[in-house]
Design a binder for this molecule. Structure first.
Ligand code: ADP
Length: 404
């Protein structure tokens, strides 16, 4: 008896640590048959949609055939155990009117004696576990208790394994969809680049040649095409960062210089909104180890946001300083601000605080995700601070300081 209990404990431990549903089912029936000294064992689970039981696993001859065979709730022994929700011992199965002999015929296995117990999770019966043809003597009370213990543990283990499998399927499906998205972005941005190059080329040419009103029209085309190019570039950059295929050309970079380059790139947009820029940068150069082009992109994205999310005639302040062993850059605006709950979300891909439907500020929701990826590749950190809507925002970037 002690030996049997020890075996039972071993079975529970394995049940709780197996997550592969097939392996689990086979383990349960094998151990149930072995512990009760029976010829075979089987599990029938309840199918809610069809309101019937079906074989999920069985030992013994032709067990494969058994799997998926339906067993009605009425007119079968397993159905009775399920409905009445209590163990049942039958010593002469052939003589029992509830015996559902279709199964035996299909798999050429004749049950003579049978012990069946319901499988339950809390108050819900989920199936039936049966041990068949005890080799010596009749089923005992001890057998009933042992099989009941196995059944209750098995029900939970099967439930967990199914959940894990469903989660794995959902994860696989998400990965597949994510790959489709990445491929689509890669193809779309690649295909857009060629016609865009042509538009940019001709618009530049037209702008130089045209006079008066025509020149204004050409500028409008050129500006829109430039905006389109930066959107396409954002998509390409994000994709490459996500796929880890971005190569950094690392060298000592003077942060003030990268910021000045970025400022030049957005200066026209600042001017068009009559926004001023206040610079507070120390005379000594702040040097970080980085890819100049990629760092410039970080500041272009932050400055472009400061411009877009701030009103006309407002001021944007840029501060750089060394704090302990870090080089720190702050870009502060007097714009629409960010609610506290959104301060982290805005760094997610395609995330925008404003509803996509209103689209007052344009953009793809990629600028900050790109900025964070690039900053992190440089072993730095980036975050946003704001006192809330209408109170302006401040973006802070820190890098390990390399200046002497
Ligand atoms: P995009 O600007 O193209 O929407 P970003 O990733 O650059 O994408 O920004 C994501 C979102 O973060 C923006 O849509 C906006 O809601 C918010 N945001 C970014 N910068 C600022 C800012 N300076 N002031 C207020 N909100 C901002």
């Amino acid at each position: 008896m002690i030996q049997q209990l020890a075996r039972l404990v071993e079975v529970s431990v394995t049940l709780n640590s197996t997550l592969d549903p097939d392996q689990l089912l086979h383990f349960i029936i094998e151990k149930a048959a072995e512990l009760l000294d029976c010829e075979a064992a089987s599990i029938m689970l309840y199918d809610e949609k069809r309101d019937q039981l079906y074989f999920t696993a069985a030992t013994g001859t032709d067990s494969e055939k058994l799997v998926e065979i339906p067993v009605p709730l009425e007119g079968s022994i397993a159905g009775t155990i399920f409905r009445e929700n209590k163990p049942l011992v039958i010593n002469e199965v052939e003589k029992d009117p509830r015996h559902y002999n279709q199964v035996g015929e299909q798999v050429k296995f004749q049950p003579h004696s049978l012990l069946g117990v319901p499988m339950r999770i809390r108050d819900k019966t989920t199936g039936v576990l049966e041990a068949l043809n005890k080799r010596k003597g009749d089923f005992t009370d001890m057998d009933v208790r042992m099989l009941s213990v196995i059944a209750s543990q098995a029900a939970v283990a099967i439930h967990n394994a199914n959940l894990v499998q469903a989660l794995q399927h959902a994860y696989d499906e998400l990965s597949r969809i994510d790959k489709i998205k990445s491929d689509f972005i890669a193809i779309a941005s690649h295909e857009l680049r060629t016609p865009l190059g042509v538009i940019l080329g001709y618009a530049t040419f037209l702008q130089e040649e045209a006079q008066g009103e025509m020149s204004e029209h050409a500028s409008a085309v050129l500006n829109s095409a430039l905006r389109l190019r930066s959107l396409v570039e954002a998509m390409t950059n994000m994709n490459m960062l996500r796929l880890g295929s971005v190569k950094l050309d690392m060298q000592p970079v003077i942060l003030q210089k990268a910021i000045q380059c970025a400022l030049e790139e957005v200066s026209l947009a600042f001017e068009s909104k009559r926004q001023s820029v206040a610079l507070s940068m120390p005379g000594t150069s702040l040097v970080v180890s980085g890819d100049e082009e990629k760092l410039r992109l970080v500041f272009v994205n932050l400055l472009d946001n400061a411009m877009r999310f701030s009103p006309e005639d407002s001021r944007i302040t840029i501060r750089t300083q060394v704090v302990k062993d870090e080089a720190k850059v702050e870009i502060q605006d007097e714009g629409i601000g960010i609610p506290p709950s959104e301060l982290e979300n805005i760094f997610k891909e395609f995330y925008q605080v404003e509803d996509h439907m209103t689209r007052r500020y344009g953009g793809l929701g990629l600028g900050l995700a790109i900025a964070r990826s690039v900053v992190e590749l440089h072993r730095g950190h980036i975050w946003a601070e704001s006192d809330g809507p209408g109170k302006g925002s401040m973006f802070v970037v820190v890098f390990p300081n390399q200046s002497g």
